[in-house]
Write a protein that binds this ligand. Structure first.
Ligand SMILES: NC(=O)c1ccc[n+]([C@@H]2O[C@H](COP(=O)([O-])OP(=O)(O)OC[C@H]3O[C@@H](n4cnc5c(N)ncnc54)[C@H](OP(=O)(O)O)[C@@H]3O)[C@@H](O)[C@H]2O)c1
Length: 341
């Protein structure tokens, strides 16, 4: 009997904030598998801020998604049938196979990379390959270890601190002996960042006195800014930077839905204090070389219960557009996932 597949297509390029009507759900019938193809049943879909950039008709750090095409996204899934020599039924796999319940491919994903087989150790849930052990966790590791190069005793500030990347970056910095201050939206997230992630302090940027609270939380200034947010958060951080501080520019999520982002008004601080700012991309060729080292450390830390993580999970592919919009507004609490079965 033929199998149905529900897919989420991009049907309109958002102007400003994403709307649910920028997407359309379609039900298609899966064709019969041909020689050299593999059918993957998707278990979890990852929702990530970078996806907002792929909806624009412009260059972002991933190629744009064409209109009427399936939204691109990372998944963890299980091989349901295979006529491909490298895959067997029941293999656990991961790749950019899209916002849909199933995919058929020739073993490569939407980025042209080989679909990866996963071999989780006992105690490692498959969904972690989309979060702490996947792209966000590796981003945190690269931004911290390779870009920021922290030294024990330095003060590191990380924004979107309770999120998929920020929570890992802060914990890795803490393990390396830094004093770590998070910035997050709301008391519940800040309590989590301090009490469960073990950061030294957390500033609630929504409380209305960011500059004062940040000054109190960073009495000797800031040596490293792990920047996930941009906008007013980055401007406040810039005024607390110490001479020769570093900014690891990971993301600017506060600006992704702005038609005309306001820009960085305290840019002069970088000149005055001789600050080094470096953007980076977890998917560029230099970063890809670091994935095995990063994943190995992250896995060891998880197995040793030295790394805490949290997931925000909605059920069903139909929920993906709403959950994606919610994540961009900060409604997620930890790694945003869609469970598909
Ligand atoms: N460079 C790379 O290769 C790379 C790779 C992955 C991710 N990233 C970037 O890393 C950042 C975090 O990604 P993630 O996957 O870990 O997402 P996340 O932190 O789990 O979710 C996004 C968070 O952004 C915060 N946010 C949204 N609008 C904001 C605003 N106006 N001001 C302040 N905070 C706001 C919200 O947290 P609050 O509730 O705390 O506001 C929200 O929960 C993003 O900027 C993303 O683009 C970069």
């Amino acid at each position: 009997m033929s199998k149905k597949n529900i897919q989420v297509l991009l049907v309109r390029r958002p102007q400003g904030w994403v709307q649910e009507s920028d997407f359309r759900l379609v039900e298609t019938e899966l064709p019969a598998l041909r020689n050299g193809e593999v059918l993957v049943k998707h278990l979890y879909l990852s929702l990530d801020p970078y996806m907002r950039g792929t909806m624009n008709d412009a260059k972002s750090y991933q190629a744009k998604v064409e209109l009427e095409q399936v939204m691109r996204g990372g998944i963890v899934g299980v091989v349901e049938a295979s006529r491909h020599p490298n895959f067997q039924e029941n293999d656990l796999v991961s790749g950019y196979l899209g916002w849909q319940q199933y995919s058929i491919s020739t073993g490569q994903d939407a980025l042209g990379r080989n679909i990866r087989k996963l071999h989780p150790k006992a105690g490692i849930a498959p969904s972690l390959y989309l979060g702490v052990l996947g792209m966000p966790g590796v981003t945190a590791w690269i931004g911290l270890v390779s870009i920021s190069q922290p030294k024990a005793g330095e003060t590191l500030v990380v924004s979107a601190a309770s999120g998929a990347v920020g929570s890992v970056a802060g914990q890795l910095a803490r393990i390396r002996g830094c004093r770590v201050v998070g910035i997050a939206g709301g008391k519940a997230k800040c309590d989590y960042v301090v009490n469960e992630l073990g950061f030294d302090a957390c500033v609630d940027y929504k409380a209305g006195h960011l500059a004062e609270d940040l000054a109190r939380a960073t009495p000797v200034g800031i040596d490293i800014d792990f920047e996930n947010v941009g906008g007013e958060v980055l401007e406040a951080v810039a005024l607390r930077l110490n001479p020769l501080a570093r900014i690891a520019l990971c993301g600017l999520v506060s600006e992704y839905n702005e038609i005309a982002p306001q820009g960085f008004r305290n840019f002069g601080a970088l000149l005055t204090w001789r600050i080094k700012l470096q953007g980076f991309n977890v998917g560029d060729p230099d970063s890809l070389k670091l994935w095995p080292q990063a994943q190995s450390e992250l896995e060891q830390l998880i197995l040793a219960k030295k790394l805490t993580y949290r997931e925000s999970i909605v059920n069903g592919i139909e929920q993906a557009p709403g959950a994606f919009i919610g994540m961009l507004k900060g409604e997620n609490f930890g790694k945003q996932l869609v469970k598909l079965t």
